[in-house]
Write a protein that binds this ligand. Structure first.
Ligand code: KE4
Length: 434
């Protein structure tokens, strides 16, 4: 009989899967200890292979905005699976999902569906380069856009967790066109555009960066970024894989459109929530730009499972729920209550903690003020975070297993779940002081 303990499963996994995981952050190497092997999930909860229940604040790193096992979503997936898992041919449901995304994101005229955020971001870069006949791109330190070679430069997700700002195996010539700038630094933007503006294809940015925990782009920074891209003919690409349909129904771009009159990016990348937990992502923009894509134009992009009928059913059912009146107001309120409760629980234990949230996405730092960029995030107390993480895990609360990751609340998290979480936090903070 196989050993079903987390430790036993981890030992067995490491024999046949590198690091025992299919995505590095899951290995708990940033926080130490044994990863939990999840057996099942329902609503706001996960159960590991030993039967231990956790209140889930990862939500599969964003997709599970409704909570796990939403009946309407499961029914849609069941029906779609009955009708066929994959055809490699167009379906009406792909049109419905594309129409839903375009309707929810002003400025988007067309989208192409793909299977992962990495694929969407990689394709958006290729399209921006093809559409502008330019090669250079700007990304920002602390932002992560998936693991395509050109973007694995000072990435802020797993790589930052490992303290490895670039990845082995990425030839220097592949990243020679990628400029990495400090986040929220207007002077650096001006200098980079002054030098490279004429051959910049695009700038890719996480408008609310969830791969260095939770850092907002400042209004002056975003305003200047928009001005400079427009002035130099570079495409402004919003990576909303994490923030899209998570921080607001219209994504982070709708938040900035309220703060900066007439603001909109030129292209957007989505993932996570739009797949509802199934492999689905998208990138989009104006028809003029998107028409450069094969089969219409010269920029090639393809995918066997792109627009998969079961994944699109899951995504559509998810979007149907989050567009219900009041959905985001309720989610944002619950998430704010969580963050405010964490900050006050820490204060009771005389521990410096600050936090922020937008919609159903949140972050917190063992720091006395919110970091505005990656170097500042790096100065926050990692050891204290790791102890807190394990204190919460031992008390049945599953936070993101890395200081540099954002957290996620779902519509299934009840007020009681928040209260239980805050009680676990009070005890964990006290233990930190002991
Ligand atoms: P995927 O290829 O993992 O679907 O998406 C890549 C991606 C692109 N852009 C942003 C802003 C992202 O946050 C991501 C993926 N996010 C990580 C969490 N930090 C996924 C978790 C993981 O790597 O296992």
């Amino acid at each position: 009989m196989n050993d079903k303990t987390n430790a036993g499963l981890f030992e067995r996994a490491q024999r046949v899967i590198p690091g025992g995981v299919n995505s590095p952050v899951r290995a708990f190497r940033a926080v130490g200890g044994t990863p939990r092997f999840i057996a099942r999930a329902k609503g706001a909860y996960l159960w590991d292979s030993e039967g231990q229940r956790y209140i889930d604040y990862i939500g599969s790193w964003g997709p599970m905005i409704l909570g796990h096992g939403h009946p309407g979503v499961l029914e849609a997936v069941r029906q779609a699976a009955e009708d066929g898992l994959s055809f490699g041919a167009p379906t009406e449901r792909e049109i419905e999902l594309a129409e839903a995304i375009v309707a929810l994101v002003p400025g988007l005229e067309q989208v192409r569906l793909v299977s992962s955020g990495t694929e969407a971001a990689m394709s958006a870069i290729r399209l921006a380069r093809g559409a502008t006949s330019r090669s250079r791109l700007i990304k920002f330190e602390g932002c992560y856009h998936g693991h395509a070679d050109a973007l694995l430069v000072k990435a802020g997700s797993g790589l930052a967790t490992f303290g490895n700002p670039t990845s082995a195996g990425v030839p220097p010539e592949v990243v020679q066109h990628t400029i990495v700038l400090p986040y929220n630094d207007v002077a650096a933007l001006d200098a980079a555009f002054a030098e490279h503006g004429h051959d910049l294809a695009c700038v890719m940015v996480e408008p609310i960066a969830g791969n260095m925990n939770f850092v907002r782009a400042s209004v002056p920074f975003m305003t200047r970024l928009r001005e400079l891209c427009t002035a130099h003919g570079a495409l402004l690409v919003f990576d909303e894989v994490m923030s899209g349909f998570r921080v607001a129904l219209g994504g982070a771009q709708s938040v900035y459109a309220r703060l900066i009159p007439g603001f909109a990016p030129d292209m957007s990348v989505f993932g996570k929530v739009i797949g509802g937990g199934m492999p689905l992502a998208a990138f989009g923009g104006s028809s003029a730009v998107m028409s450069q894509l094969a089969p219409l134009g010269p920029v090639y992009q393809a995918g066997t499972l792109s627009g998969n009928p079961v994944a699109t059913a899951c995504g559509l059912a998810t979007l149907r729920e989050i567009t219900r009146p009041g959905f985001f107001e309720a989610l944002a309120q619950r998430t704010r209550a969580l963050v405010a409760g964490l900050v006050s629980a820490a204060r009771e234990a005389d521990i410096a903690l600050c936090g922020d949230s937008e919609g159903g996405m949140f972050g917190f730092f063992f720091h006395d003020e919110l970091p505005q960029n990656y170097p500042t995030v790096m100065t926050t107390d990692k050891e204290r975070f790791n102890h807190f993480f394990h204190g919460m895990l031992d008390r049945g609360v599953y936070l993101a297993p890395a200081l540099y990751e954002a957290g996620f609340v779902s519509a299934a998290h009840s007020a009681q779940d928040i209260d239980l979480t805050l009680e676990a936090a009070r005890q964990s903070f006290k233990a930190l002081r002991a």
